[in-house]
Design a protein around this ligand. Structure first.
Ligand code: PEP
Ligand code: MG
Length: 890
């Protein structure tokens, strides 16, 4: 019989942390905590396999499950000394979901399960507190009613408000046992009316209703969206955890809290979190009451830190914190409850953190000896580094403060105010920058949070939904800005007499919690400190070199600053669009004769030479790969009537001639047309001019600095060996001319892009005439799939959603198809030239999964956009570690 249920804390701990696939993260860690002797209320976990079986069998439970649950429940009863459904000494349980990876806010929780009209009296008697018992009962009906029975939660709020109004009470805490009893009666009546049957009184029925709701919620829209955004497969399933209740709301010697063993925003090594005295579970996250800080050091005047209010429980918690960090060797996100001064641990998991915190924690933990340098490298998600490389607010820039909230997720963001997640999504899809403003967010809002540049809420703390989700997504967030009033109906927000309407711009500083009116200028990020340390460690480990795709001096400087070890792709056509030279480019295109073209090219030569001089100077001593002209010529032609007239006049020709030439150049399939080396074959003078500019620039810089650059001249879109032979001969001839004119010789290489399947399949032939290959995986993906890279965006997301393709192949290299061609080209190329230099310069060069592939097939370098260089350095290090390379950090 398959084992469907695993016990913890009840004398037996059947699970372990490593069993998270089977038990979900929460269940596995509850078992682990119980095993290492931490105080965990007893309970059991129904495995993720049950969830999968449930959906495979048309929402039916597998055989044996009910029996196993009954046995595990009996063990919990024994451990606690209370019985489920016993009117005198009732056992109450919580029922929670727990998937393999944490999905905050995605799944539902029911507390106090087991209460009914009889057991509520038993709870009152056992606790000696009737008010607590009736409050617990109404909480249970409310949670069960909304989560399991689908009753709108506003209906419950209305009933409480009604009783409060009747009693002249402002706070919930003013209500007595009788008042809560009235609330319970009101709830039961309302629920019965809504669902056409009474609220279930049988604890067994309650239990199976809640278990069904957890499994059911795996397929709710919020969970599906979250899985889609985070690449989580639907067949992982969720586990269900059933655990004896402990109460943080039995009086002032009780509390409940959520905290992190280090600051999840900055990574600082301080105990960080929030707790509430006399409160139950969800109160802290729900933002209904303002939680208090844990540590004295973090308390502001007037706040009541747990360290002072409950010193004994706090001291115990500090010990637990150390124990957990030593055990898990990572920052933990924990939930606890103090019942009558006794501490209970309800959850631990690796805490979500900002990129900045992730970096600091990894570096600090390596220095503290908790992990080694290699592990620190593995710990930081390369893609998340992106967040650190982006600008923050310029401290010197003038600004107009609107209000201040909590610094919930760092980074600065600026955009138009929108008040709904749907609007955030639709406006962002049109390319607008938006800030999503909500009173508070809920899991229904995640698509809008994802689309927004930043998130602002007026209610909720540092562990509110908005804060947790924004940090995970890397969006700047200001939470709980209580000074701001949001008027959804009027589509405006107000603070201190100032009004901001929907569509107007605000700026958020997620590091300080400030909100400004209008846009505030930003500054470049700091790349020193922990960032530099981790990059150093990564550089020691990685085998792959990292270069940048850059044409302009600004891009080249940025790339150097981020640690690029040369340029892997300089797309020379980008240099042609400059207003100063486009005239000459157009003259070259328009000319019907070689003489006319040479004339125009001679005007372009000084510009190109200057471009290369600047690049060589910035990249002194490093390789610079310059790709000769690639796009179809018509891309440079003027479009508007005014532009056409202007060019015609400057060329002393008429508009009709211009239009004729444009018509001549038009192609049905330009990306498969007269472009790349085909231009070099048809118009050798173009590549000759470019080669001359490169060699003259190289000689000039060698003479100026004494450090000769090593140009790598790259021929695009080669399909046949002969194309490379012809174009290479042109380049070599120009090199000889320039060297003899200048009396100076520089080393150079001529290679090709491998960006057509035919080139990959005949790479051995091509390698005979080329010095290096650079995989142009943008075109290679386009031509392998027969998929236009400019148009596929319209339907590729659907392909990914339907699982036809695992990822967008233009973002992450398709290992099966495109990757197979790369492998063939590598093998064939190196079979001819053992030390053939191999790189990649398509967009994939900055994608961590693709970099891993490049490591596996043995490329020499990756080249990516300047901002992705650090991402690539770290990803290359992780790939090297994964490949089991020598650990050079030791
Ligand atoms: C490529 O095709 O991968 C490439 C780098 O060239 P481009 O994107 O300029 O076509
Ligand atoms: Mg290309």
């Amino acid at each position: 019989m398959t084992k469907w249920v695993y016990s913890f804390g009840a004398g037996r701990n059947e699970g372990r942390a490593e069993m998270r696939d089977l038990l979900g993260g929460k269940g596995a860690n509850l078992a682990e905590m119980a095993t290492i002797g931490l105080p965990v209320p007893p309970g059991f976990t129904i495995t993720t396999e049950v969830c999968t079986a449930y959906y495979e069998n048309g929402r039916k439970y597998p055989d044996g499950l009910r029996e196993q649950v009954a046995t595990a429940m009996a063990e919990v009863e024994k451990a606690v000394g209370a019985r489920f459904g016993d009117p005198h000494s009732p056992l109450l349980v919580s029922v929670r979901s727990g998937a393999r990876v944490s999905m905050p806010g995605m799944m539902d929780t029911v507390l106090n399960l087991g209460l009914n009209d009889a057991t509520v009296d038993g709870l009152a008697a056992a606790s000696g507190d009737a008010r607590f018992a009736w409050d617990s009962y109404r909480r249970f009906i409310q949670m069960y009613g909304s989560v399991v029975l689908g009753v709108d939660h506003h209906r419950f709020e209305e009933i409480i408000e009604h009783v409060k109004l009747d009693r002249g009470a402002v706070e919930d805490t003013e209500l007595t046992a009788q008042d809560w009893h009235r609330v319970v009666d009101g709830y039961k009546e309302m629920v019965a009316e809504t669902i056409n049957r009474p609220f279930p009184q049988d604890p067994e029925e309650q239990l199976w209703g809640a278990i069904g709701a957890v499994f059911g919620s795996w397929m709710n829209q919020r969970a599906i969206t979250y899985r889609r955004l985070h690449d989580i497969p639907a067949d992982w399933g969720t586990a269900v955890n059933v655990q004896a209740m402990v109460f943080g709301n039995m009086g002032d010697d009780c509390a409940t809290g959520v905290c992190f063993t280090r600051d999840p925003s900055t990574g600082e090594n301080v105990f960080y979190g929030e707790y509430l005295v006399n409160a139950q579970g969800e109160d802290v996250v729900a933002g209904i009451r303002t939680p208090q800080p844990m540590a004295k050091a973090r308390a502001k005047p007037g706040e009541k830190p747990m360290e002072e209010v409950m010193p004994a429980a706090y001291a115990e918690l500090v010990k637990v914190r150390e124990r957990l960090e030593r055990h898990y060797r990572d920052m933990q996100d924990i939930e606890f409850t103090v019942q009558r001064n006794k501490l209970y641990m309800l959850q631990t998991r690796n805490g979500k953190r900002t990129a900045a915190a992730s970096l600091k924690i990894a570096v600090d933990m390596a220095r503290e000896g908790l992990i080694d340098e290699a592990e620190a490298i593995r710990r930081v998600n390369p893609a998340a580094l992106d967040q650190l490389l982006h600008p923050t607010l310029d401290p010197k820039a003038p600004r107009k403060l609107l209000s201040k909230g909590l610094p919930a997720s760092p980074g600065a963001a600026c955009g138009a105010v929108v008040f709904s997640a749907d609007e955030a999504e639709s406006r962002a899809a049109k390319g607008e920058s938006v800030i999503l403003v909500r009173v508070e967010t809920s899991p229904e809002d995640i698509h809008g949070m994802h689309a927004a540049k930043g998130i602002l809420t007026t209610r909720g703390g540092m562990t509110s939904h908005a804060a947790v989700v924004a940090r995970g997504m890397g969006r700047p967030c200001v939470a709980g800005a209580g000074g701001i009033t949001v008027d959804y109906a009027g589509q405006q927000l107000m603070a201190g007499g100032q009004v901001v309407r929907a569509g107007e711009t605000i700026t958020l500083d997620g590091a300080t919690g400030e909100v400004f009116i209008g846009s505030v200028p930003m500054v470049e990020p700091q790349l020193s400190g922990d960032f530099a340390t981790l990059m150093d460690w990564a550089d020691k480990v990685r085998r792959l070199r990292v270069r940048a795709n850059a044409e302009t001096p600004l891009d080249a400087e940025t790339a150097r600053k981020f640690g690029a070890e040369g340029i892997g792709l300089c797309r020379t056509e980008h240099m042609f669009f400059d207003p100063e030279r486009i005239g000459a480019v157009r003259q070259m295109i328009m000319s019907e004769t070689e003489g006319g073209r040479r004339d125009a090219l001679s005007r372009l030569l000084p510009f190109q030479r200057k471009d290369f001089i600047e690049l060589f100077r910035i990249m002194a001593g490093l390789p610079v790969t310059i790709r000769l002209l690639d796009p179809p010529l018509h891309e440079f032609l003027p479009h508007s009537a005014a532009e056409i007239a202007e060019v015609a006049a400057s060329l002393d020709t008429d508009v009709a001639a211009m239009q004729r030439r444009a018509a001549d150049l038009a192609e049905a399939n330009p990306m498969l047309g007269h472009r790349g080396c085909r231009l070099g074959v048809s118009y050798p003078e173009i590549y000759e001019m470019q080669a001359r500019a490169i060699f003259e620039a190289a000689v000039a810089i060698a003479q100026e600095t004494g450090r000769a650059p090593v140009p790598e001249i790259m021929i695009p879109l080669v399909a046949a060996r002969r194309e490379l032979e012809i174009t290479r001969a042109q380049v070599d001839a120009v090199a000889q001319q320039v060297f003899s004119e200048k009396g100076y010789h520089v080393e150079y290489y001529v290679g090709t892009m491998i960006e057509l399947p035919r080139a990959a399949l005949t790479a051995d032939r091509i390698a005979e005439v080329g010095d290096f290959f650079s995989f142009g995986t943008n075109d290679l993906t386009q031509t392998t799939f027969g998929l236009s890279r400019d148009d596929a965006g319209k339907f590729l997301p659907l392909y990914v959603e339907k699982g036809i393709l695992p990822k967008d192949p233009f973002v992450s290299l398709d290992p099966e198809g495109v990757g197979a061609l790369v492998r063939i080209a590598v093998e064939k190329g190196r079979s001819v030239k053992q030390d053939l230099k191999l790189g990649i310069c398509g967009e994939h060069g900055g994608d961590p999964a693709s970099i891993q592939f490049c490591e596996e097939v043995g490329l020499d370098y990756v080249s990516c956009s300047p901002y992705r260089v650090p991402v690539a350095r770290l990803a290359a290090a992780q790939a090297a570690l994964q490949a089991g390379g020598v650990d050079r950090t030791a």
